[in-house]
Design a protein around this ligand. Structure first.
Ligand code: NOJ
Length: 738
C-alpha cells in the first residue's frame, strides 16, 4: 500500500469508529449539559455512587445491606445506580422512589451480573468460546439481554475480556480463554449481543468491559492477588480485547481489584485516564469493582475513605460500587481543592450520557413491564438458543475404540458420578437470576435417547474424600457393557474467589474413576468443569473423553445429543490443558527461550519430572469425522494483504464442522515475538468427501504488534505462516515482508 492509500484507510477506519460512537450519542450532549447545569455538587456526587440491592450479595457486605441508609440516600438523590435488584416489581419500586422523591428526578441505572444468561442459562463463557462460533455467541448474549431487560435490568457487568493463562484462577470460566485475538472477536460478539444496534430499545442493555486491567494475571492464580506484568505484555496481550470492544461501542468499563505497577487499578491514572479516556477516547463511564476503592486502604495505598475518594476520582474511576467513598467524601474533596470539579463534571456527564442513550430520561420505567417479563422469561426461542450454544461448546478430547457416538439401542449402560443427576451445578457459576434446579441433568437428557441404563452416584464432586458409594458403582460397572462417568467440578468450584492449587478431579472422583476402570475399561468420561483440568491419568487410560463444561439450562440435552451422535462435536479448546498444575501458566503463544526446544544435553529449559508439552493444546478438539489438510498456498505479492489458502477435506463417514486456524510467527523482530499467534479462523461444515478451499488475508493489523511503549509497528522480514486443525497440527509455509 502506498502512503496515500494508507492514510485513506486509516481515515476511513477513524470515521467508522467515530461514526459508531457518535451514532449512539446523537443529540444528547446539549441535554446532558443542561441537566449538569441544574445539579448541585452533592447531586453530582450522588450520580457517581452505586449501591447493592438488599437481596443478593456478590461481594463482602453487611448483613442488612445497610438498607436504612441506602433508602435515605436514594430519596436524597445520592445514588446514581443500583446493582443486584431482582425482578421488574423491585426495579420499578426503587425507580419510583427516585422519580418521586428526588429534586432532579434523574433515573437510576440498574446493573446486574448477567454473565451467561438471566433465567435461561447459557454455557459459561469459557465453554461458549470453545465453539469459535461468533454468531452463536452473539445470539446467546442477545438472549441474556432480552431476558435481563425484561426484568428491569439495563446494564450487565459483562463481557469479562481478561486474558488468563492460569487455570488455577477460578474466573477463567468467565472469559474467552488465553488468546487475545480470539478473545477480542468474542468480546465484540458479546457486546453486539447485549447492546444490539439501538441501546434505547427496551430489549438491549449496556455492556461492561471488565476488569481493567490485567486481573487475569494475578500471581499464582489466587483471586484478588497482586499483578506484576511488563508493559510489553500489557500492550500486546491484555489491552487489545479492551481496545477492540471499546471501538465496537461498549458503553462501560469496570476496573479491577489488582494493583498494577504499585497503583491499584481504581486509582490508576495510567490505565483509566491515559489509556482508556485519552488514548482510546472512551466516552462511556468507568465503574469500580465491588469496594475496590475502599480496598485501597488494605493495599496500603490510601489511608482512609477520604483518600480513597480523592485518589479514585483523580485516577479516573467514575462510579463507586459499594465503597461509600464518593458519597461520604467526594463533595468535601472538591470543596478542599483535592479534586478538580472538572473531573467530577466529566464523570457525571459520562454517566448521564449512558442513561440518555438507554432512553431512561425519556421513560425511566421502559424496562419495567411485568407483562413482558412473563412473556419473555424462558421463552421457547431462548431455550432453543441456549441448547444450540451448549452443543456447540462441547469438545471431544478423545475417542479411541470409537465408543462414541453411543448406540441408541445400546444395552447395559452404567452411568456413574454425582454430577450426572445434578440439576444445579450444570448451570455454572454466575447464575444469580436463575432458579435452583433448572438445568436438564445428564440422566434426564440421556433418557430421551436410551433408557437401558442404571445409575450409581459413586462419589460426590465436593473436595471431601468419600468412598461410601464406591462398592455400588463398581458392582454396577462390572455387569455393564459400557460406563458413562460424569465427573468434574461443581459450579461452586470455579468462578470468583474459587482459586485452586490443584487441577485434579475434586474429592474422591479420581479414585472412583480408577476403581471403575479396574473392572470395566469401556468408559466414556464426561467432564463437567469451569476450568482446564489436569486429567493426565484419564487421557492415558480412558478411551473416550468429552469436555462438557457447565453448559447451562439445557446441559443434559446437549450432552445427550453429542453422546448419541445427533450432533457431531465441533468445539475446540481456548485454554491449554496442562498435564500437571506445575506447568501453569501454560499457553501456546509463548516466547522461545535461548535454549530452544529439546536439546541433547541437560541444560535446556525443561522439567525433569514432566514434559513441557500440554496435555491438550490450544485449539484442540476432535470430531466424529476426520479432516485432511493440504495445499497450503501463500501469495505475498500484495504485501499489505497477504493471501493464504488451504484445502480442507472431510475424509470420514459423517458430516461435521471444522474450525480452521491460521497462526503466524514474525521470526526475527526488534522485540521477541511468540512462537505462534492466532491471526485468523473459520468455522464451516463439510459433508463426507466434500472439500473446501479456505482463505484468509493477512493485513498489517495481523502482522504488526505493540512495542513496550504501546506504539503499533509492522516490521520487515521473514514470517512463518501455519494453518491447521489446532495449534500443533499445522501445515507450514512463509513469506518475506519487504
Ligand atoms: C465483583 C466482580 O469482580 C465483578 O466482576 C462483578 O461484576 C461485581 N462483583 C458485581 O457483582
Amino acid at each position: 500500500m502506498n502512503k496515500t492509500s494508507k492514510l485513506i484507510t486509516v481515515f476511513i477506519i477513524f470515521l467508522a469508529i467515530c461514526g459508531n460512537i457518535q451514532a449512539q450519542n446523537k443529540g444528547f450532549e446539549s441535554r446532558i449539559d443542561s441537566v449538569l447545569k441544574l445539579m448541585t455538587l452533592e447531586e453530582k456526587v450522588g450520580q457517581m455512587n452505586q449501591y447493592n440491592g438488599f437481596w443478593e450479595v456478590t461481594g463482602p457486605a453487611p448483613k442488612d445491606g445497610n438498607a436504612k441508609m441506602k433508602y435515605e440516600h436514594l430519596k436524597k438523590g445520592l445514588v446514581g445506580s443500583m446493582l443486584n435488584v431482582k425482578g421488574t416489581a423491585e426495579v420499578r419500586k426503587l425507580q419510583e422512589l427516585v422519580m418521586k422523591e428526588t429534586r432532579l428526578k434523574i433515573p437510576l441505572i440498574f446493573g446486574f451480573d448477567v454473565i451467561h444468561g438471566y433465567k435461561t442459562i447459557s454455557p459459561i463463557p469459557l465453554a461458549e468460546s470453545a465453539s469459535w462460533d461468533l454468531e452463536a455467541i452473539e445470539k446467546s448474549a442477545r438472549i441474556a439481554a432480552i431476558e435481563a431487560a425484561a426484568v428491569g435490568i439495563n446494564w450487565t457487568f459483562a463481557p469479562m475480556v481478561d486474558i488468563s493463562r492460569d487455570a488455577r484462577w477460578g474466573r477463567v470460566m468467565e472469559g474467552a480463554g488465553e488468546d487475545t485475538y480470539l478473545g477480542s472477536k468474542i468480546g465484540i460478539a458479546r457486546v453486539k449481543g447485549f447492546q444490539g444496534n439501538d441501546l434505547s430499545s427496551n430489549n438491549t442493555i449496556a455492556a461492561c468491559a471488565k476488569h481493567f486491567a490485567a486481573y487475569g494475571f494475578i500471581e499464582a492464580g489466587r483471586d484478588y492477588n497482586t499483578v506484576d506484568i511488563g508493559t510489553y505484555t500489557l500492550h500486546n496481550v491484555v489491552f487489545p480485547p479492551f481496545k477492540a470492544i471499546i471501538e465496537s461501542g461498549v458503553r462501560t468499563v469496570m476496573n479491577s481489584f489488582n494493583v498494577l505497577n504499585g497503583v491499584p487499578a481504581t486509582a490508576n491514572k495510567f490505565l483509566q485516564r491515559e489509556i482508556l479516556k485519552d488514548k482510546w477516547k472512551f466516552d462511556g463511564f468507568i465503574i469500580s469493582d465491588w469496594s475496590s476503592g475502599a480496598e485501597m486502604i488494605n493495599h496500603g495505598f490510601a489511608a482512609n475513605l477520604k483518600e480513597v475518594a480523592e485518589t479514585s476520582a483523580n485516577g479516573g474511576s467514575d462510579m463507586d460500587m459499594e465503597s461509600l467513598a464518593y458519597v461520604s467524601h467526594l463533595k468535601e474533596a472538591v470543596e478542599n481543592g483535592k479534586v478538580d470539579i472538572k473531573l467530577v463534571d466529566d464523570a457525571v456527564k459520562r454517566i448521564l450520557r449512558v442513561k440518555f442513550e438507554l432512553g431512561l430520561f425519556d421513560d425511566p420505567y421502559k424496562y419495567c413491564d411485568e407483562k413482558r417479563e412473563k412473556e419473555l422469561i424462558r421463552h421457547p426461542d431462548h431455550i432453543a438458543g441456549v441448547l444450540d450454544m451448549a452443543k456447540k461448546s462441547i469438545v471431544l478430547l478423545k475417542n479411541d475404540k470409537q465408543l462414541l457416538p453411543l448406540k441408541k439401542t445400546q444395552d447395559k449402560i452404567a452411568i456413574i458420578g454425582a454430577l450426572a443427576e445434578d440439576k444445579d451445578h450444570p448451570l455454572g457459576s454466575w447464575v444469580i437470576g436463575a432458579d435452583k434446579g433448572t438445568a436438564v441433568s445428564v440422566l434426564e437428557g440421556f433418557k430421551k435417547y436410551n433408557n437401558n441404563f442404571k445409575f450409581a452416584k459413586g462419589a460426590n464432586s465436593t473436595f471431601e474424600q468419600d468412598e461410601k458409594g464406591f462398592a455400588e458403582a463398581v458392582a454396577l460397572a462390572k455387569k455393564s457393557e459400557i460406563v458413562v462417568m460424569v465427573l468434574g467440578e461443581g459450579a461452586d468450584q470455579s468462578g470468583e474467589a474459587r482459586s485452586r492449587t490443584t487441577l485434579d478431579l475434586p474429592g474422591s472422583q479420581q479414585k472412583l474413576l480408577e476403581a471403575v476402570y479396574a473392572v470395566n475399561k469401556n468408559i466414556v468420561l464426561v467432564l463437567m468443569n469451569g476450568r482446564p483440568l489436569a486429567i493426565t491419568w484419564a487421557d492415558k487410560n480412558i478411551p473416550c473423553i468429552l469436555e462438557s463444561w457447565h453448559l447451562g439450562t439445557e446441559s443434559g440435552n446437549a450432552i445427550a445429543q453429542v453422546l448419541f451422535g445427533d450432533y457431531n462435536p465441533s468445539g475446540k479448546l481456548t485454554m491449554t490443558f496442562p498435564r500437571n498444575v506445575g506447568q501453569v501458566p501454560i499457553y501456546y503463544n509463548y516466547f522461545n527461550t535461548g535454549r530452544g526446544d529439546y536439546q541433547p544435553h541437560r541444560y535446556w529449559s525443561h522439567y525433569i519430572d514432566e514434559s513441557n508439552a500440554p496435555l491438550y493444546p490450544f485449539g484442540y478438539g476432535l470430531s466424529y469425522t476426520q479432516f485432511e489438510y493440504s495445499n497450503l498456498q501463500i501469495d505475498a505479492s500484495n504485501q499489505s494483504a497477504v493471501k493464504v489458502q488451504v484445502t480442507v477435506k472431510n475424509i470420514g463417514k459423517l458430516a461435521g464442522e471444522e474450525v480452521t486456524q491460521l497462526y503466524i510467527r514474525d521470526k526475527f523482530a526488534s522485540f521477541v515475538r511468540p512462537v505462534k499467534e492466532l491471526k485468523g479462523f473459520k468455522k464451516f461444515a463439510l459433508a463426507p468427501n466434500e472439500s473446501k478451499v479456505i482463505d484468509f488475508v493477512l493485513t498489517e493489523a495481523e502482522l504488526g504488534f505493540y512495542t513496550d511503549k504501546g506504539d503499533f509497528i509492522v516490521e520487515a522480514g521473514e514470517f512463518e505462516v501455519m494453518v491447521g486443525t489446532d495449534s500443533q497440527k499445522l501445515l507450514k509455509g512463509g513469506f518475506v515482508r519487504k
